[in-house]
Design a protein around this ligand. Structure first.
Ligand code: ZN
Length: 248
């Protein structure tokens, strides 16, 4: 039986995408909770008016071999906020170091992550590891490669710039969320735009550009998402922010 054109278009729009939070042992419990919430908010945003994407969200937690062995005896798999978390000995990161001290190669991080999640789906990798920038760049916010995007929050953190920010975690969450919304939007085929207030703005040249990107602009013709933004809860960044639709 032939599907009508509109039905076919609709069916084609549902994509699947794995979101993986890839973290180092240095991350605090609070930061981890905030970043898991960030991924849940990205999922909520794109499916808030209709189901566009089948998300599969998990956490890969790299830790030292000793810690890993210690956890093994207590059971390494845990379920955090309804998200599966898996511990991995950091020896698996050996080949993934970037060319600058303390940085990681984004392409190798993607490959290593794919090995552990065993999926060739579209992939969004959110990480607190700093990724190595291209030549002539001082830092890198995210990179797209081979059906995957890697978003690093390292340089999105006000602490990285030694800035005093009384709302450090909400600031970090906003920036990470915008970068993830941008990367996921591009992965499902949305175009970038020149609207500096829009989640799909490009090119993003600095961390503070992310602070201005607060909604999805009307230029994308996605009626159900147009002018939607998050209402930020500055006191509890670990909780899901609600979505509001701006008028006009
Ligand atoms: Zn836009």
């Amino acid at each position: 039986m032939q599907m009508s054109e509109s039905l076919r278009k609709r069916a084609m729009r549902v994509e699947s995408l794995s979101q993986v939070l890839v973290i180092s042992p240095t991350i605090s419990r609070n930061e981890k909770d905030v970043l898991i919430t960030t991924l849940k908010e990205v999922e909520h945003f794109y499916n808030s008016d209709e189901k566009r994407i089948e998300f599969n969200t998990s956490v890969l937690h790299f830790e030292s071999e000793d810690n890993f062995k210690h956890h093994l005896t207590r059971g390494i798999q845990s379920l955090i906020m309804g998200v599966d978390e898996k511990g991995i000995p950091d020896t698996h990161l050996k080949g993934a170091q970037g060319k600058y001290s303390g940085t990681y190669d984004p392409y190798k991080l993607i490959e290593t992550t794919r090995e552990f999640i065993g999926s060739h789906d579209r992939l969004l990798l959110l990480t607190n590891f700093e990724i190595s920038p291209h030549e002539n760049w001082r830092y890198f916010l995210w990179e797209n490669y081979n059906n995957a995007s890697v978003v690093s929050v390292a340089s999105m953190d006000p602490m990285y710039w030694r800035m005093e920010d009384p709302h450090r975690l909400p600031t970090l969450k906003h920036r990470a969320r915008v970068a993830c919304l941008n990367a996921v939007g591009r992965q499902i085929g949305l175009n970038s735009c020149e609207n500096y207030r829009c989640f799909l703005f490009d090119p993003v040249k600095s961390v503070t550009d992310l602070d201005d990107m607060i909604l999805l602009g009307p230029e994308h013709d996605l009626v159900g998402l147009t002018n939607k933004r998050f209402s930020t809860n500055l006191e509890k960044p670990e909780k899901m922010d609600s979505l509001v639709k701006m008028s006009g």
